[in-house]
Design a protein around this ligand. Structure first.
Ligand SMILES: Cc1cc2nc3c(=O)[nH]c(=O)nc-3n(C[C@H](O)[C@H](O)[C@H](O)COP(=O)(O)OP(=O)(O)OC[C@H]3O[C@@H](n4cnc5c(N)ncnc54)[C@H](O)[C@@H]3O)c2cc1C
Length: 429
């Protein structure tokens, strides 16, 4: 019997979990070939990108190498960037690969599939704001988080010599913006230990700009107001109900003409699908570059192409749209795993059921806040402080468990902690 080729493009919260589960189930046999394609060689769980950006985690310790993980979990990894898809001929095309000096390493490649899964995630949405692409760092990939980290280190080096104030502006007070602002404050407090003796909190201004009338606009009022109180206390400058009209080298120009100065500018607002989708004319792509799927995550109008995670637009029968969140991505991976296994066994697929467990937002080492969903009668309840922080950490642990299994995930976490123990608390290069 011919081998069934399952190709998953994108190894993030959704795609990597799916590839790991399929690989562990089928990797030892020759009936199913599971192949994961990602443009990056390393996976870092996206909710941790702000920690990479400020240097509190180091990708050389926390990063997962697809090639090694694939070998141990039964899937093949191919490094490449999706460029186009030909559904009729069941092929995708990967872009040419160049080295850092622009020399061609690999010609564009074609990959054949029997089943294809898009799990490309999303990118921040500048909503065509003038100057945003040119002047802001979009905190939506490992590469950009590293770029921010480098610029932050450069700024600290200069600041230590000149003591001229550094101003960092973040557009978007969703979870990403709020968590980044709190982490930056923590970093400034910590750098003194590493010889930056002339730097103190007074030298850093962090501006957090949000167009909605409250921070964390998607979360309940109590979570927003508590997070706002913590940010106020640590001196983050909040600009709430303020819309950015233009970004310049000097800073942000708001709708009412004010200028918020910023040396370093971050765009952490909005989510849209990957740019590559804009050219997929044969597939149902929305104006926000997401791909429309049915409740079994099958791309509308296709039989063997699926999409999940942030790149997919899934509307439940109730009319509810699945939000672009890590917990949704991971639940989708679980359901699609069951459905692919069922399909290969000639059984029916089951529709996706979303269970909202609530949201947690980390406020660096200061705290965490969030709401957790109780049962139908009690609705959601508010958590904060150490309990919320422990729960926030356990979310990452669950992600690791989906990649390694529970036992290995715990061993892996302990090993990481030991490695970190004799390394600097901050990544300083
Ligand atoms: C800084 C930050 C903090 C967040 N915090 C939270 C949080 O606290 N809680 C929460 O629930 N959610 C959070 N989110 C959202 C959450 O991370 C996403 O919803 C989740 O990661 C989506 O998973 P995914 O698999 O769809 O995409 P991703 O995890 O983004 O993975 C996509 C993968 O596709 C690859 N890829 C992209 N384009 C291509 C291409 N053309 N070719 C090949 N590979 C490609 C990427 O390299 C990546 O590995 C946060 C997001 C960010 C950016």
């Amino acid at each position: 019997m011919a081998t069934t080729r399952i190709v998953i493009v994108g190894g993030g919260a959704a795609g990597l979990a799916l590839a790991s589960k399929l690989g562990r189930k089928y990797g030892s046999g020759d009936k199913v070939d599971v192949c994961l394609i990602d443009k990056s060689p390393i996976h870092i769980w996206k909710p941790k990108l702000h920690e990479v950006a400020v240097g509190v985690i180091d990708q050389s310790i926390e990063g997962l190498l697809y090639r090694d993980h694939g070998l141990k979990n039964g899937y093949r990894y191919i490094r490449g960037e999706l460029e186009s898809c030909d559904p009729a001929n069941k092929t995708i095309q990967l872009a040419a690969v160049n080295n850092d000096s622009g020399e061609l390493l690999l010609e564009p490649r074609q990959i054949q599939f029997d089943y294809l899964v898009f799990a490309l995630g999303g990118v921040s949405n500048s909503f065509n704001t003038k100057g945003a692409e040119q002047h802001c760092i979009f905190l939506d990939s490992l590469e950009k988080a590293n770029l921010f980290h480098q610029k932050l280190l450069d700024a600290l080096l200069q600041l230590n010599e000149t003591q001229e104030k550094v101003s960092i502006g973040i557009v978007g007070a969703g979870a990403t913006g709020v968590e980044l602002a709190a982490e930056l404050h923590h970093v400034i407090e910590s750098v003194k230990e590493y010889g930056y003796l002339n730097i103190s909190k007074q030298h850093l201004e962090v501006h957090l700009i949000e167009a909605s009338p409250k921070i964390l606009p998607q979360l309940p009022e109590r979570v927003s107001s508590r997070a706002q109180a913590v940010l106020d206390k640590i001196g983050i400058r909040l600009h709430i109900g303020v819309q950015v009209k233009e970004v310049t080298k000097e800073g942000f120009i708001t709708q009412d003409g004010n200028v918020i100065p910023a040396n370093l500018k971050v765009w952490a607002a909005g989510v849209k699908g990957p740019d590559a989708f804009a050219y997929f004319s044969e597939l149902p792509i929305t104006p926000r570059n997401q791909i429309e799927v049915d409740t079994c995550m099958r791309v509308k109008g296709q039989t063997d192409i699926y999409a999940l995670g942030d790149c997919a637009l899934l509307t439940l029968d109730s009319g509810k749209v699945i939000p672009p969140r890590a917990q949704a991505a991971s639940q989708m991976a679980d359901t699609l795993f069951d459905n692919i296994v069922n399909r290969l066994q000639g059984k029916d697929e089951k529709p996706f059921i979303y269970k909202d467990y609530g949201s947690l937002v980390s406020l660096s080492r200061f705290s965490a806040v969030g709401n957790l969903m109780g049962n139908l009668r009690s609705g959601s309840f508010f958590v904060e402080g150490h309990i919320a922080r422990m729960m926030y950490i356990s979310l990452y642990q669950r992600h690791l468990a989906s990649l390694y299994g529970w036992f290995s995930a715990i061993v892996y976490r302990v090993a990481q902690k030991l490695l970190k123990w004799h390394r600097p608390k901050l990544k300083l290069h």
